[in-house]
Design a binder for this molecule. Sequence first.
Ligand SMILES: [Zn+2]
Length: 402
Amino acid sequence: MSNRAKAEPQQEAQPRKTYLFRLYPTRKQITTLEQWLSLCCQLYNAALDERKSAYRMVGASLSYEHQCAELPGCKQVRPDLREVPSQVLQDAVKRVDLAFDHFFRRVKLGQKPGYPRFKSRFRYDSMTFKQYQNSFDVIPGNKKNKGKLVLAKLGHVKMVLHRPVKGTPKTAIVKRTPTGKWFVSISVETTEEEVTGRHLPVSTEAVGIDVGLKSFAYLSTGEEIANPRFFRREEAALARASRRLSRAPKGSKQRAHKREVVARVHERIANRRNNFIEQEVCKLIKRFGFLAVEALVVRNMVKNPRLAKSIADASWSMFFARLLDKAEEAGRDVVRVNPAYTSQTCSACGHHQPMPLSVRIYECPHCGLLLHRDHNGSKNILAEALQAVGRHSRVIPEAPAL
Ligand SMILES: [Zn+2]
């Protein structure tokens, strides 16, 4: 039943898990990695250009295989490409292929996607190593160090393996952040047993979760997850840094520096937000066996511009995504319900009434219910989810025997 949450578009592949570790390459290794990134970026753009022209000139679309077959020829012309592991180069070509796949899929769906674009060397910030124990390897830590990542043609890179990798690694993506930190994300195929092995003790407690305007979320148990204070503070810091960036003259040294500051703030926000979400999701998953959430969060935040809007917005979608992932891992049920009317309906008697955003308390003229707006919403979300799976939420007292 836990699959209900991710019903349609997921292909049923082996379950995967991704580990993220910090890398500490030496200065020399960084130079090499940067050079590889730059070459991959050039190759990506060249492959994209080739596809575009082939299409424009003769209306033909080139395949990934076709473009890969050209790589040896490219290496003749550009010997520096030989210094990059072949698989990494192939992956750059693969990315072009994926970009086109994605583009055509969206065209088919009747959407208007942007045509695949060239990437700048700033945006092209990762490389994929595909064969475990061939193009990359993971060496666990010992008394002297905290682990190593071995990369083909580069050697041992210092890595902080803060937890053991369970299962067989499939790919390793080496990534540079805009502030110049390096990470590797190692994706691992896990077996069903390993997945079930992570299941938590059974919980029969159910909860409805309503994301709020004032607070981060409201639970049907009446508890509230408050917005962390840093939301507002970081929002201000980001606004300040962006303002300074926009004031700096284009092309100046000052501007480059300000850009770095903005990137650092973004990174800090992302880290703090991830921590916050991870903690809250963990608490919820541990405690509840059945979690009901809204299917979509489209909130009209315009009325409250002073709320740390962008941070909170991004946090909600991440919160839901993380909740679904974690729930699946832990064997918990997540049911998503249609968010329409969850705030207008009285959770006690089912009465409907308009509820403008400014109204914080649900006051039912029918049954006299008096409840915080989001608390009422979360109760409705839970009720609807329970109904969707055929469990009754409202306890109907049995008729006394005659
Ligand atoms: Zn009522």
